[in-house]
Each structure stands twice: as C-alpha cells, then as structure tokens.
Design a protein around this ligand. Structure first.
Ligand code: INI
Length: 154
C-alpha cells in the first residue's frame, strides 16, 4: 500500500502571516482582499490572520524570513506587484524577490508562498488582481493552506 500525503484546502487552526508591499498598493490591496477572503471562506477566523506591510517587493524577504523562522505561523503568504517600467530596475527587483522567497523556503520549515505579480504592464497586473485572470492573492492563500496541511503531516 502506497502512503500518500495530500493537503486539505482548509485553514485549520494555525496562524497565517501575510507580508504585503505598499509599492503599487492599488494592486497589492486587491491581492490582500483576495487572500483574506479565500482564507476566511476556507474556515479561518480573523484572529488567525496577521498582515505585515513592507515598503516594496525588495523588502518582502526580510520580513518573511523573520516570520517563517519563529515557528509561530502555519504559512507566510508574500504578496507584491512588480510592474515593468522603462528601466532595468524591474529585472533587479524581480530577481531579488524570487531569490529571497526561494531562500526562505530552503532555510525555514514554515512555507513561504510566492504571491508576487511580475507583470509587463499595468493591464496584466489588473487582470491578475481580481479580474480576467482571477486573483493571485487568493491563489497564494490556497497554496498556503495546502502547504500548511502537508507540512503538518510530514
Ligand atoms: N517595488 C515593487 O514592489 N514593485 C515595483 O514594481 C518596483 N519597481 O518597479 O521599482 C518596486 N521597487 C521598490 C523596491 O521594491 C524597494 O522598495 C526599493 O528599492 C527600496 O529598497
């Protein structure tokens, strides 16, 4: 008989930290709404959710690492929006946040979920923040609950 582990899509009793960047807040606030709505619809009480605002995507990793290190949270959900401008800055910000959140996942046993939009333009970001392409914050919340449940079983 093969042992199989699958994560349930329920919030359980653990706490969820949401790290969110203020840069492009008109987009990230929609991701936050989607994440909170998804967590509460899947059984989370508001007391299980903590929201931590940081200046921009580059600062997400520092907060996520501290939150994921303490063993206090079931998962850390990272939300941000990087939108390409006319400078190479976009690529550096993307590299930093992708590598940073990836590193948190290597270093900590609390899962850090990547819910950062990396978009070519504003339209793509709007599409993924609660319109045509869904809400990336809600998708990140689903992944957080599933991973929290998987990690609990490992
Ligand atoms: N931060 C973002 O979250 N999104 C962006 O699109 C962005 N761009 O394009 O510049 C951005 N830059 C700020 C950066 O994350 C830091 O907050 C800043 O460099 C201070 O360290």
């Amino acid at each position: 008989m093969i042992k199989e582990i699958k994560g349930q899509l329920t919030a359980g009793k653990g706490k969820y930290a949401i790290v969110i960047s203020r840069f492009n807040e008109f987009i990230t606030s929609k991701l936050l709404e989607g994440a909170i709505d998804c967590l509460t619809r899947h059984g989370a009480d508001e007391s299980q959710i903590e929201v931590i605002w940081v200046p921009g995507a580059c600062e997400i990793t520092a907060a996520a690492k501290k939150l994921a290190s303490g063993g206090k949270y079931a998962a850390v959900i990272c939300l941000g929006a990087v939108i390409r401008g006319q400078t190479p800055h976009y690529d550096y910000v993307c590299q930093q946040v992708v590598r940073g959140i990836g590193q948190v996942n290597y270093d900590c046993s609390t899962p850090a979920i990547f819910g950062v939009l990396t978009c070519e333009n504003l339209e793509q970001a709007v599409d993924r923040a609660g319109s045509k392409m869904g809400n990336a914050g809600a998708s990140a919340a689903l992944a957080a609950m599933e991973m929290a449940n998987v990690m609990e079983q490992l």
